[in-house]
Design a protein around this ligand. Structure first.
Ligand SMILES: Nc1nc2c(ncn2[C@@H]2O[C@H](COP(=O)(O)OP(=O)(O)OP(=O)(O)O)[C@@H](O)[C@H]2O)c(=O)[nH]1
Ligand SMILES: [Mg+2]
Length: 390
């Protein structure tokens, strides 16, 4: 499963963001380092289910035509400047980010926390100052790992450039970094890896981070953020978010107090639901903010990371391309997240190794036609795999 991580300075709302996506029971509080040990949970990206368009009215795998597809989400401790040197909680949670396929960087757009996450008056801190440091800390941490291994690897490679890159890829496999990405970083920075200075290694790691860890910026606490902060963060591509609002809506929907699907533009009352005066007041404020921003932004952030930055697509394998179902008659039973560029054979392997090994051809359920093995699948494709394996 895809693994995504929330990162940012202490007290910016990571755990609130996490809880709003996973409904896991985690600690949230207005002081730094509330979270110490990483929390892992399951969140869902949102995608339109093809059942509506295909006129399949017996789909039980979606909610009103909306499909929620699981991904793993990690909530880690806050990161402070010079964490790579051991400040704050230091390297421990940089280590937690190692295996992430993508990162949501949460910033406190309201400017109500200082660099270390201590509460200050709203608008005091310029949130742009909290953006660059995360990449820097991560790159420096990575540089430390490269530095530790490089001299030995250079000796082993005996002057062979590609061998050195392959060896380094082996050393960085735990960070999910491969030889192609290292080659790209070496070429782009123009360094001589075998003779790299500490500065060369840092430069290379900045590029390596960029190519290996797609990121999205969430301008959180947008409900309390000065307009100027939201505007300057928008210039950096940030999605304005109200994690606390999303959490309130998800919890209220779960308690059947209102109707809300994550990512909806608004929410609807449920007749007969008993809301206290305080709840009504809080919900009114959330509704006003959602109107201003378009939504709470939380689902949008996750979707943008997965679909735009990491570049995943959603594909639906079926066994019966007439009814778009599996052998048990379940309509569109699976929704698989796959990297862009995946082919029918990749899908066959994703269904099962045996199905992949026995792959013969694939049929597009919309056209009922065989598709070429080299076809790049796209989001919403409903595909029947024909394989010698059952
Ligand atoms: N106004 C507002 N407050 C928020 C929002 N999201 C989180 N908060 C508040 O921000 C404070 C910190 O939230 P946490 O989720 O604990 O922050 P964190 O980043 O996990 O903090 P550490 O674990 O200490 O690094 C809490 O008081 C939350 O209620 C939001 O969207 N709007
Ligand atoms: Mg936390």
């Amino acid at each position: 499963m895809l693994l995504l991580a929330l990162a940012g300075k202490p007290n910016c709302g990571k755990s609130t963001f996490f809880k709003s996506l996973t409904l896991a029971n985690v600690e949230i509080a207005n002081y730094p380092f509330t979270t110490i040990d990483a929390n892992k949970g399951v969140a869902y990206v949102r995608s339109p289910c093809p059942c509506k368009e295909l006129g399949l009215d017996n789909c039980t795998s979606c909610v009103d035509g909306v499909r929620f597809i699981p991904v793993e989400l990690l909530d880690v401790a806050g990161l402070v400047p010079d964490a790579h040197l051991g400040r704050g909680l230091g390297n421990q949670f940089l280590d937690n980010l190692r295996e992430a396929d993508g990162i949501i960087q949460v910033v406190d757009a309201s400017g109500s926390t200082d660099a270390e996450g201590n509460p200050v008056d709203i608008g005091t801190r310029d949130p742009r100052e909290d953006v660059a440091f995360l990449k820097y800390e991560f790159a420096m941490w990575m540089a430390g790992i490269v530095d530790k291994h490089l001299a030995k690897l250079v000796r082993q490679a005996q002057g062979k450039d590609q061998v050195l890159i392959d060896l380094l890829a082996g050393a960085l496999a735990g960070l999910r970094i491969n030889a192609i990405q290292i080659r790209e970083a070496v070429d782009e920075t123009g360094i001589n890896l075998a003779k790299a200075s500490p500065e060369d290694i840092e430069k290379m790691c900045e590029v390596l981070l960029y190519v290996s860890k797609p990121m999205i910026l969430a301008a959180n606490k947008a409900d309390q953020a000065p307009e100027a902060n939201l505007a300057s963060l928008a210039e950096l591509g940030a999605v304005p978010t109200i994690a606390a609002g999303e959490l309130a809506l998800k919890s209220a929907a779960q308690a059947k107090l209102l109707r809300y699907l994550p990512g909806d533009k608004t929410f609807a009352p449920i007749e007969g639901a008993k809301l206290s005066a305080n709840q009504v007041k809080a919900l009114t404020m959330i509704a006003e903010n959602m109107k201003k921003l378009g939504s709470t932004g939380v689902q949008e952030t996750l979707n943008k990371l997965v679909f735009d930055e990491i570049g995943m697509i959603v594909v639906y394998p079926v066994e019966d391309d007439g009814k778009c179902c599996n052998a048990k008659g379940v309509v569109l039973p699976d929704a698989f997240l796959m990297p862009k560029g995946s082919t029918p054979k990749d899908l066959a392997y994703k269904v099962h190794t045996d199905i992949g090994n026995g792959f013969l051809y694939a049929v597009d359920a919309r056209t009922k036609m065989r598709i070429k093995d080299s076809t790049e699948l796209k989001t919403g494709d409903v595909i029947r795999i024909v394989s010698t394996a059952k």
